[in-house]
Design a protein around this ligand. Structure first.
Ligand SMILES: Nc1ncnc2c1ncn2[C@@H]1O[C@H](COP(=O)(O)OP(=O)(O)O)[C@@H](O)[C@H]1O
Ligand SMILES: [Mg+2]
Length: 300
Protein backbone atom coordinates (compact mmCIF):
# COMPACT_ATOMS: atom_id res chain seq x y z
CA UNK A 1 0.00 0.00 0.00
CA UNK A 2 1.05 3.62 -0.48
CA UNK A 3 -0.03 6.90 1.04
CA UNK A 4 0.54 10.32 -0.45
CA UNK A 5 -0.23 13.67 1.12
CA UNK A 6 -0.37 15.87 -1.96
CA UNK A 7 2.97 15.33 -3.64
CA UNK A 8 4.56 14.04 -0.45
CA UNK A 9 4.96 10.30 -0.21
CA UNK A 10 4.49 9.18 3.40
CA UNK A 11 4.44 5.43 2.65
CA UNK A 12 5.55 3.88 -0.64
CA UNK A 13 4.73 0.33 -1.76
CA UNK A 14 4.63 -1.06 1.74
CA UNK A 15 3.84 -4.75 1.43
CA UNK A 16 3.78 -6.48 4.78
CA UNK A 17 2.33 -9.76 5.96
CA UNK A 18 2.07 -9.57 9.70
CA UNK A 19 1.58 -13.02 11.21
CA UNK A 20 -1.03 -13.40 13.97
CA UNK A 21 0.09 -14.08 17.51
CA UNK A 22 3.42 -12.31 17.19
CA UNK A 23 4.89 -9.01 18.20
CA UNK A 24 5.79 -7.04 15.09
CA UNK A 25 7.58 -3.67 14.97
CA UNK A 26 7.58 -0.94 12.38
CA UNK A 27 10.89 0.76 12.95
CA UNK A 28 12.47 3.90 11.66
CA UNK A 29 13.42 7.50 12.39
CA UNK A 30 10.85 10.29 12.71
CA UNK A 31 9.08 10.90 9.43
CA UNK A 32 9.77 7.37 8.15
CA UNK A 33 6.07 6.61 7.72
CA UNK A 34 5.40 4.48 10.81
CA UNK A 35 2.33 6.33 12.03
CA UNK A 36 0.88 6.56 8.54
CA UNK A 37 1.43 2.81 8.08
CA UNK A 38 -0.29 2.08 11.37
CA UNK A 39 -3.18 4.45 10.59
CA UNK A 40 -3.83 2.56 7.37
CA UNK A 41 -3.94 -0.73 9.30
CA UNK A 42 -6.86 0.41 11.47
CA UNK A 43 -8.61 2.39 8.79
CA UNK A 44 -7.93 5.93 10.03
CA UNK A 45 -6.09 6.71 6.80
CA UNK A 46 -7.14 5.39 3.42
CA UNK A 47 -4.30 4.07 1.25
CA UNK A 48 -3.75 6.20 -1.89
CA UNK A 49 -3.00 2.90 -3.60
CA UNK A 50 -3.39 -0.69 -2.49
CA UNK A 51 -5.43 -2.08 0.38
CA UNK A 52 -5.14 -3.50 3.86
CA UNK A 53 -6.62 -6.71 5.18
CA UNK A 54 -6.95 -7.31 8.90
CA UNK A 55 -8.40 -10.58 10.26
CA UNK A 56 -8.94 -11.43 6.59
CA UNK A 57 -11.24 -8.40 6.16
CA UNK A 58 -10.71 -5.42 3.90
CA UNK A 59 -10.39 -2.55 6.36
CA UNK A 60 -11.89 0.06 4.02
CA UNK A 61 -15.05 -2.05 3.57
CA UNK A 62 -15.44 -3.32 7.14
CA UNK A 63 -14.10 -0.59 9.40
CA UNK A 64 -16.44 -1.28 12.32
CA UNK A 65 -16.01 -5.03 12.30
CA UNK A 66 -12.25 -4.64 12.25
CA UNK A 67 -12.11 -1.93 14.91
CA UNK A 68 -14.25 -3.89 17.37
CA UNK A 69 -11.48 -6.50 17.51
CA UNK A 70 -8.65 -3.97 17.62
CA UNK A 71 -7.01 -1.89 20.31
CA UNK A 72 -5.11 1.23 19.34
CA UNK A 73 -2.83 3.48 21.34
CA UNK A 74 -2.02 6.59 19.32
CA UNK A 75 1.29 8.40 19.41
CA UNK A 76 -0.39 11.29 21.29
CA UNK A 77 -2.46 10.19 24.29
CA UNK A 78 -6.20 10.65 23.82
CA UNK A 79 -7.55 11.06 27.35
CA UNK A 80 -10.31 13.03 29.03
CA UNK A 81 -8.21 15.33 31.16
CA UNK A 82 -10.76 16.26 33.80
CA UNK A 83 -11.68 12.63 34.51
CA UNK A 84 -9.71 10.07 36.53
CA UNK A 85 -8.16 6.90 35.10
CA UNK A 86 -11.08 4.83 36.41
CA UNK A 87 -13.59 7.20 34.80
CA UNK A 88 -11.69 7.29 31.51
CA UNK A 89 -11.70 3.50 31.43
CA UNK A 90 -15.44 3.40 32.15
CA UNK A 91 -16.23 5.88 29.39
CA UNK A 92 -14.20 3.87 26.94
CA UNK A 93 -15.76 0.59 28.05
CA UNK A 94 -19.26 1.99 27.45
CA UNK A 95 -18.17 3.08 24.00
CA UNK A 96 -17.32 -0.57 23.42
CA UNK A 97 -20.72 -1.51 24.92
CA UNK A 98 -19.32 -3.67 27.69
CA UNK A 99 -22.05 -4.67 30.19
CA UNK A 100 -21.68 -2.64 33.43
CA UNK A 101 -20.71 -5.60 35.62
CA UNK A 102 -18.04 -6.88 33.29
CA UNK A 103 -16.83 -3.33 32.74
CA UNK A 104 -16.32 -2.75 36.47
CA UNK A 105 -14.21 -5.89 36.79
CA UNK A 106 -12.23 -5.09 33.66
CA UNK A 107 -11.45 -1.55 34.84
CA UNK A 108 -10.16 -2.81 38.20
CA UNK A 109 -8.08 -5.43 36.48
CA UNK A 110 -6.47 -2.92 34.10
CA UNK A 111 -5.81 -0.38 36.87
CA UNK A 112 -3.75 -2.99 38.72
CA UNK A 113 -2.17 -4.50 35.65
CA UNK A 114 -0.73 -1.19 34.47
CA UNK A 115 0.20 -0.05 37.97
CA UNK A 116 -2.26 2.85 38.07
CA UNK A 117 -3.76 2.11 41.50
CA UNK A 118 -2.04 4.93 43.41
CA UNK A 119 -3.60 7.57 41.12
CA UNK A 120 -6.74 5.73 40.01
CA UNK A 121 -9.07 8.50 41.24
CA UNK A 122 -6.93 11.56 40.35
CA UNK A 123 -7.85 13.72 37.34
CA UNK A 124 -5.73 12.80 34.36
CA UNK A 125 -4.50 16.39 33.98
CA UNK A 126 -2.60 15.98 37.26
CA UNK A 127 -0.85 12.76 36.24
CA UNK A 128 2.75 12.45 35.07
CA UNK A 129 3.54 11.56 31.46
CA UNK A 130 4.33 7.98 32.43
CA UNK A 131 0.95 7.51 34.13
CA UNK A 132 -0.89 9.06 31.20
CA UNK A 133 0.90 6.77 28.78
CA UNK A 134 0.04 3.68 30.81
CA UNK A 135 -3.57 4.81 31.02
CA UNK A 136 -3.71 5.34 27.25
CA UNK A 137 -2.51 1.78 26.80
CA UNK A 138 -5.02 0.51 29.38
CA UNK A 139 -7.80 2.16 27.35
CA UNK A 140 -6.76 0.31 24.22
CA UNK A 141 -7.10 -2.98 26.14
CA UNK A 142 -10.60 -2.49 27.55
CA UNK A 143 -12.22 -4.59 24.80
CA UNK A 144 -9.61 -7.40 25.05
CA UNK A 145 -8.42 -6.81 21.47
CA UNK A 146 -7.11 -9.65 19.35
CA UNK A 147 -4.74 -7.19 17.72
CA UNK A 148 -3.13 -4.34 19.58
CA UNK A 149 -1.58 -1.41 17.73
CA UNK A 150 0.84 0.74 19.73
CA UNK A 151 2.32 3.88 18.21
CA UNK A 152 5.58 4.63 20.02
CA UNK A 153 4.34 3.20 23.33
CA UNK A 154 7.55 3.93 25.23
CA UNK A 155 8.81 7.20 23.75
CA UNK A 156 9.69 9.62 26.53
CA UNK A 157 9.12 7.12 29.36
CA UNK A 158 11.58 6.67 32.20
CA UNK A 159 13.43 3.32 32.33
CA UNK A 160 11.18 1.81 35.03
CA UNK A 161 7.98 2.61 33.15
CA UNK A 162 9.53 1.28 29.96
CA UNK A 163 10.49 -1.99 31.66
CA UNK A 164 6.93 -2.40 32.98
CA UNK A 165 5.48 -1.88 29.51
CA UNK A 166 7.91 -4.31 27.96
CA UNK A 167 6.88 -6.93 30.52
CA UNK A 168 3.19 -6.29 29.84
CA UNK A 169 3.62 -6.45 26.08
CA UNK A 170 5.37 -9.80 26.51
CA UNK A 171 2.50 -11.06 28.68
CA UNK A 172 -0.08 -10.01 26.11
CA UNK A 173 1.82 -11.76 23.38
CA UNK A 174 2.18 -14.89 25.52
CA UNK A 175 -1.60 -14.83 26.01
CA UNK A 176 -2.10 -14.85 22.24
CA UNK A 177 -2.63 -11.15 21.43
CA UNK A 178 -1.09 -10.00 18.16
CA UNK A 179 0.87 -6.79 18.59
CA UNK A 180 2.07 -4.26 16.05
CA UNK A 181 4.08 -1.45 17.53
CA UNK A 182 6.21 1.36 16.22
CA UNK A 183 9.38 2.62 17.82
CA UNK A 184 12.52 4.44 16.92
CA UNK A 185 14.39 2.48 19.56
CA UNK A 186 16.09 -0.35 17.70
CA UNK A 187 17.05 -1.96 20.98
CA UNK A 188 13.44 -2.09 22.09
CA UNK A 189 12.40 -3.87 18.92
CA UNK A 190 15.30 -6.29 19.19
CA UNK A 191 14.28 -7.28 22.72
CA UNK A 192 10.55 -7.36 22.27
CA UNK A 193 9.65 -8.31 18.74
CA UNK A 194 9.55 -11.52 16.75
CA UNK A 195 9.74 -9.64 13.48
CA UNK A 196 10.49 -6.09 12.40
CA UNK A 197 10.14 -3.97 9.29
CA UNK A 198 12.61 -1.11 9.07
CA UNK A 199 11.19 1.94 7.28
CA UNK A 200 13.14 4.84 5.86
CA UNK A 201 11.56 7.68 3.91
CA UNK A 202 8.31 5.76 3.52
CA UNK A 203 9.88 2.60 2.16
CA UNK A 204 10.51 -0.72 3.84
CA UNK A 205 14.27 -1.26 3.64
CA UNK A 206 14.24 -4.69 5.24
CA UNK A 207 11.98 -7.07 7.09
CA UNK A 208 12.49 -10.16 9.18
CA UNK A 209 13.36 -11.54 12.59
CA UNK A 210 15.92 -9.27 14.29
CA UNK A 211 18.47 -12.05 14.88
CA UNK A 212 18.15 -13.23 11.29
CA UNK A 213 18.46 -9.77 9.78
CA UNK A 214 21.60 -9.16 11.79
CA UNK A 215 23.10 -12.56 10.95
CA UNK A 216 22.23 -12.34 7.25
CA UNK A 217 23.49 -8.85 6.62
CA UNK A 218 26.52 -8.36 8.84
CA UNK A 219 29.42 -10.05 10.62
CA UNK A 220 28.90 -10.89 14.29
CA UNK A 221 30.82 -8.10 15.97
CA UNK A 222 31.45 -4.38 15.64
CA UNK A 223 34.29 -2.14 16.78
CA UNK A 224 33.61 1.57 17.16
CA UNK A 225 36.51 3.98 17.25
CA UNK A 226 37.03 7.71 16.72
CA UNK A 227 39.71 8.22 14.09
CA UNK A 228 40.74 10.17 11.00
CA UNK A 229 40.43 8.89 7.46
CA UNK A 230 44.25 8.56 7.38
CA UNK A 231 44.16 6.35 10.48
CA UNK A 232 41.55 4.20 8.82
CA UNK A 233 43.62 3.80 5.65
CA UNK A 234 46.77 2.96 7.63
CA UNK A 235 45.03 0.33 9.74
CA UNK A 236 43.19 -1.44 6.99
CA UNK A 237 45.51 -1.58 3.97
CA UNK A 238 47.03 -5.01 4.66
CA UNK A 239 45.43 -8.00 2.93
CA UNK A 240 42.65 -9.58 4.93
CA UNK A 241 41.55 -6.25 6.45
CA UNK A 242 37.88 -6.05 7.34
CA UNK A 243 36.09 -4.38 4.44
CA UNK A 244 32.73 -3.81 6.12
CA UNK A 245 33.23 -0.32 7.52
CA UNK A 246 31.01 2.69 7.86
CA UNK A 247 32.02 6.20 8.86
CA UNK A 248 29.89 8.98 10.32
CA UNK A 249 32.05 12.03 10.97
CA UNK A 250 34.89 11.01 13.29
CA UNK A 251 33.30 7.74 14.29
CA UNK A 252 34.23 4.60 12.39
CA UNK A 253 32.36 1.32 12.80
CA UNK A 254 34.23 -1.77 11.67
CA UNK A 255 32.34 -5.06 11.32
CA UNK A 256 34.10 -8.39 11.69
CA UNK A 257 33.44 -11.92 12.87
CA UNK A 258 35.92 -11.35 15.66
CA UNK A 259 36.30 -7.87 17.15
CA UNK A 260 39.49 -8.98 18.90
CA UNK A 261 41.24 -9.35 15.53
CA UNK A 262 40.26 -5.83 14.49
CA UNK A 263 41.47 -4.42 17.78
CA UNK A 264 44.77 -6.29 17.47
CA UNK A 265 45.23 -4.97 13.91
CA UNK A 266 44.66 -1.39 15.10
CA UNK A 267 46.98 -1.82 18.07
CA UNK A 268 49.78 -3.23 15.90
CA UNK A 269 49.62 -0.48 13.28
CA UNK A 270 49.54 2.16 16.04
CA UNK A 271 52.87 0.80 17.36
CA UNK A 272 51.42 -1.21 20.23
CA UNK A 273 49.40 1.60 21.77
CA UNK A 274 45.67 1.11 22.11
CA UNK A 275 43.29 4.03 21.70
CA UNK A 276 39.81 4.10 23.28
CA UNK A 277 37.35 1.93 21.40
CA UNK A 278 34.21 -0.07 21.94
CA UNK A 279 33.66 -3.68 20.89
CA UNK A 280 30.11 -5.03 20.86
CA UNK A 281 27.82 -7.51 19.12
CA UNK A 282 26.28 -6.27 15.88
CA UNK A 283 22.73 -4.99 16.42
CA UNK A 284 19.61 -3.81 14.57
CA UNK A 285 20.87 -0.25 14.36
CA UNK A 286 23.78 -1.59 12.32
CA UNK A 287 21.28 -3.29 10.02
CA UNK A 288 19.55 0.06 9.53
CA UNK A 289 22.88 1.72 8.77
CA UNK A 290 23.76 -1.03 6.35
CA UNK A 291 20.38 -0.92 4.63
CA UNK A 292 20.15 2.85 4.25
CA UNK A 293 23.74 4.04 4.43
CA UNK A 294 22.60 6.70 6.88
CA UNK A 295 22.87 7.14 10.59
CA UNK A 296 19.72 6.73 12.60
CA UNK A 297 19.08 9.97 14.36
CA UNK A 298 16.09 11.56 15.93
CA UNK A 299 15.10 14.54 13.88
CA UNK A 300 12.14 16.76 13.20
N1 LIG B 1 -1.75 14.44 7.60
C1 LIG B 1 -0.60 14.66 6.95
N2 LIG B 1 -0.48 15.65 6.02
C2 LIG B 1 0.67 15.86 5.37
N3 LIG B 1 1.80 15.16 5.55
C3 LIG B 1 1.77 14.18 6.46
C4 LIG B 1 0.58 13.88 7.21
N4 LIG B 1 0.85 12.84 8.05
C5 LIG B 1 2.14 12.52 7.83
N5 LIG B 1 2.70 13.31 6.89
C6 LIG B 1 4.09 13.21 6.38
O1 LIG B 1 4.33 11.87 6.02
C7 LIG B 1 5.64 11.46 6.41
C8 LIG B 1 5.55 10.29 7.35
O2 LIG B 1 4.97 10.70 8.57
P1 LIG B 1 4.64 9.70 9.76
O3 LIG B 1 3.88 8.55 9.22
O4 LIG B 1 4.02 10.50 10.84
O5 LIG B 1 6.10 9.22 10.19
P2 LIG B 1 6.61 8.57 11.56
O6 LIG B 1 5.43 8.12 12.34
O7 LIG B 1 7.51 7.46 11.15
O8 LIG B 1 7.39 9.63 12.28
C9 LIG B 1 6.28 12.70 7.03
O9 LIG B 1 7.04 13.33 6.03
C10 LIG B 1 5.12 13.52 7.46
O10 LIG B 1 5.46 14.89 7.49
MG1 LIG C 1 4.81 8.59 14.20
Amino acid sequence: MSKYFGARAAVVDLDLKIPAGLCFAMLGPNGAGKTTGLRMIYGAARPSAGSVRVFGLDVARNPRAVRARLGVTLQENVLIEELSPVENLRVFGRYHRLPEKRLGARVEELIDWLDLRSHAEVPVAALSGGFQRRLAIALSLVNRPELLLLDEPTTGLDPAARQLLWARIRELRAAGTSIVLTTHYMEEAERLCDRVAILARGRCVCEGAPRELIAERLPREAVEVDCSAQDERRWFTAPGSPDRRIRTGERLIVYAERAAEVIERIRRSDGGELRPLVARPTNLEDVFLDATGTVLRESG
